[in-house]
Design a protein around this ligand. Structure first.
Ligand SMILES: C[S@@+](CC[C@H](N)C(=O)[O-])C[C@H]1O[C@@H](n2cnc3c(N)ncnc32)[C@H](O)[C@@H]1O
Length: 204
């Protein structure tokens, strides 16, 4: 990824995504996780303080070594065992039907082929296992969508490949998941092109 991607972006994400406004969404998404869990795009472990006791173990997929190092204090303070076991959500080194739940927070915007990553998550989830997610993506309003398309090339350059206009719900169902819950809204306090949030639960 180069110096900027390897050494700067993970620090920016650690600070920008570590604010207290986002904690409520992390708590909400993590609340339903249980058993053997896979987290794709683990980053610097910002979800770790939100993990419920119902989780037996988390298998973390994260390409950025610096993200994993920045997670050290959160991991040390948690009772939930976490193992980094993969680098790329698009190709998961696990058997079919391995996990009870999966979690993705603001990651489907960044993985180059989000559809492939979702198909992999569905493959490694047990039948009926659930994917819990909070993502930002394509806004519901045309005017905001226009700005998302205008800003996307620049945003991808400065934010480690982060797309603004991905149709998250369509990607999830397109990978074969059944959407069980979906809440779409603009998160307050951020520009609309970046804050068209989608919080949901989908079954494999
Ligand atoms: C915006 S950050 C979000 C990090 C974390 N999920 C959070 O909520 O703080 C996107 C994350 O996706 C990771 N990522 C990028 N490409 C990936 C891939 N192919 N597979 C898995 N994770 C990836 C990045 O390294 C980064 O940690």
């Amino acid at each position: 990824m180069g110096f900027y991607g390897d050494h700067v972006v993970p620090r920016i994400v650690n600070v920008a995504c570590g604010n207290k406004e986002l904690r409520q969404y992390r708590d909400r998404v993590c609340a339903g996780l249980s058993g053997e869990v896979i987290e794709v795009g683990f980053g610097s472990g910002l979800n770790v303080p939100s993990y419920p006791a119902s989780i037996a173990r988390v298998t973390a997929i994260e390409p950025a070594d610096l993200g994993w190092r920045l997670a050290a204090d959160r991991l040390a303070a948690s009772d939930v065992p976490v193992e980094r076991a993969g680098l790329d959500g698009q190709s998961l080194p696990f058997e079919d039907d391995t996990f009870d739940s999966a979690v993705s927070t603001w990651t489907l915007c960044t993985i180059p082929d989000a559809g492939q990553a979702l198909r992999e998550l569905r493959r490694v989830l047990k039948p009926g296992g659930t994917l819990h997610f909070v993502e930002h993506g394509l806004a519901p309003d045309e005017g905001v969508q226009t700005w998302q398309h205008r800003l996307e090339p620049l945003n991808k350059r400065i934010a480690g490949g982060c797309h603004l206009s991905r149709p998250i719900a369509d990607l999830v169902t397109g990978a074969g998941f059944t959407m069980k819950e979906l809440d779409e809204f603009y998160a307050p306090g951020a520009p609309k092109p970046m804050s068209a949030f989608k919080i949901g639960v989908a079954a494999a």
